[in-house]
Design a protein around this ligand. Structure first.
Ligand SMILES: Cc1cc2nc3c(=O)[nH]c(=O)nc-3n(C[C@H](O)[C@H](O)[C@H](O)COP(=O)(O)OP(=O)(O)OC[C@H]3O[C@@H](n4cnc5c(N)ncnc54)[C@H](O)[C@@H]3O)c2cc1C
Length: 216
């Protein structure tokens, strides 16, 4: 049906075969337009290189490349496992390094938008703004099908709604399924993922500011 399929990225120790399978699917389905997208976790030391490597592979095979860009959700789990098993952590040592690679990846995808369809899947306002300004610099239409934005449903609506209102391709990622599976999943995300709690505090401070502005 031509509807895009975004394959999530998981823990590094199971990711290589997922990457290979998704690339093979790109070679099969991304001939005319991008239907299959892989996910790149830029908190990994090697993901910016993998992004460029996989783009080149698609170019060599004469197909289009699909990339969803995320920072990565399993930072604590990755670091704990590396320590337990005694190998070097595959994750950047600090947030600034992750941000640098994430923003480089955004720039790379916009730069090559004719052969890459990408999605900035982030709640980080600076990264979303960077994608907007890179598009402006190159004079790319706001609704160009190869450049997308996405935030989780119920989070960062200020970013999604303003992007959509301004005419950009902005989407919400909706977790769905039976209540018995979805609710425990959401609770785990809130408990385990310090990035979610970080985001919540950012949103909470905006609500707080708005309440003060309204004198409530
Ligand atoms: C639409 C959508 C789809 C997603 N799909 C996936 C997926 O398939 N796989 C996946 O793993 N995640 C996925 N995520 C989650 C994503 O990886 C991030 O965990 C989450 O979005 C927070 O990052 P941010 O860019 O929004 O915001 P920010 O608050 O700017 O960044 C927080 C992130 O920065 C990184 N970070 C924080 N502190 C440090 C540190 N000390 N050192 C190094 N890095 C640090 C971590 O990755 C952390 O999650 C998805 C998110 C969205 C919005």
């Amino acid at each position: 049906m031509g509807v895009g399929i975004f394959v999530d990225a998981e823990e590094t120790w199971i990711q290589d075969p997922i990457d290979e399978m998704v690339l093979q699917m790109m070679e099969k389905y991304n001939k005319e337009k991008v239907t299959v997208y892989n996910t790149y976790q830029l908190y990994c030391l090697n993901k910016l290189d993998h992004l460029k490597r996989d783009h080149k592979r698609c170019l060599q095979k004469g197909v289009l490349f699909g990339a969803k860009l995320v920072r990565g959700a399993y930072m604590e789990k990755e670091r704990n496992r590396a320590e337990e098993k005694g190998y070097p952590s595959p994750i950047h040592p600090d947030k600034a390094a992750t941000d640098r690679d994430y923003n480089e990846a955004v720039k790379y995808c916009v730069e090559h938008y004719e052969t890459i369809s990408s999605c900035c899947a982030s709640h980080n306002a600076d990264s979303n703004m960077l994608q907007v300004s890179e598009m402006n610099k190159k004079g790319i239409d706001r609704d160009h099908p190869n450049i997308n934005f996405c935030q989780l449903y119920g989070m960062s609506d200020n970013i999604t709604f303003n992007l959509a209102h301004a005419g950009y391709n902005a989407a919400k990622y909706v977790v769905y399924g039976p209540i018995k599976d979805v609710v425990p999943y959401l609770i785990r995300r809130t408990q385990e993922n310090s990035s979610v709690t970080g985001e919540m505090s950012r949103e909470l401070s905006m609500v707080d500011k708005e309440l003060k502005r309204r004198g409530l």
